[in-house]
Design a protein around this ligand. Structure first.
Ligand SMILES: O=C(O)CCC(=O)C(=O)O
Ligand SMILES: [Fe+2]
Length: 233
């Protein structure tokens, strides 16, 4: 399931982020690429341990934790700290798959062991308005053919980390985004999709009929019982 999540960040927060990112020291994206990505990755990124990446990443994680549609679609267990990518004219990220496992490196004194994250879902948070660049579409292969995604700044796309995907070359302007991966409490994507559909319907029926309506209560109970069956924590 490829799920757009609207308005994760507001315009003031976005403007502040963009000002900081415009002044940041970007490094060659190949510096952290594995063997496969090395051949196709032509972009820039903030070093994962840069204070700016950590500061902006924390703002994004806080916004995610407050966004009900994101929680409902992803049912997140562990979220990787966001990374920041930038594509100038001519830059691109060719077709690739993302690593199945990533590791959260604890920081600070007495830091413990790295925490493994199975990447069930990949996410791109668009930080540049579509009018400010050409090209730079995120193309995701799916059973319905390639889906071409370019969202408004502040919007997020969630897609299966198992999919092949690419970013087409930017031909004008530059494209900045935050990318992250997460492990879901529900590993199976078809179960996750059914839970999302059910939750969305329970929410809209609840607003229409009232939360205390018998059927809303019964469907809501069904949702939670399915979570009890399927969630790993
Ligand atoms: O820039 C994007 O939208 C996606 C980047 C990507 O695929 C990656 O960093 O693995
Ligand atoms: Fe990727």
């Amino acid at each position: 399931m490829i799920t757009p999540i609207g308005s994760l960040l507001g315009s003031t927060q976005l403007a502040q982020m963009r000002t900081l990112l415009d002044r940041a020291d970007w490094v060659d994206g190949r510096s952290s690429a594995g063997a496969q990505a090395l051949e196709v990755k032509r972009n820039r990124q903030l070093p994962a341990d840069s204070p700016l990446a950590q500061q902006l990443g924390d703002l994004i994680l806080a916004a995610l934790s407050r966004h009900p549609t994101f929680i409902s679609a992803a049912l997140p267990l562990r979220i990787m700290p966001p990374l920041f990518n930038r594509y100038e004219a001519g830059e691109t990220y060719g077709l690739h798959v993302d690593n199945a496992l990533r590791f959260i490196q604890p920081t600070g004194p007495g830091q413990g062991a790295a925490i493994p994250v199975r990447t069930d879902l990949s996410a791109t948070l668009f930080l540049t308005d579509p009018e400010d660049y050409d090209g730079g579409e995120l193309e995701i292969e799916s059973s319905f053919g390639a889906q071409s995604i370019k969202l408004a700044a502040g919007d997020l796309i969630l897609y299966p980390a198992s999919s092949q995907h690419r970013v087409t070359p930017v031909t004008r302007g530059s494209r900045s985004c935050a990318v992250f991966w997460l492990q879901s409490m529900v590993r199976d994507s078809s179960q996750r999709e059914m839970l999302f559909d059910l939750d969305q319907s329970v929410q809209s029926l609840g607003s229409e009929l009232g939360q205390a309506h018998d059927d809303v209560m019964r469907l809501s109970g069904l949702y939670h019982n399915l979570i009890r069956q399927w969630a790993e924590t």
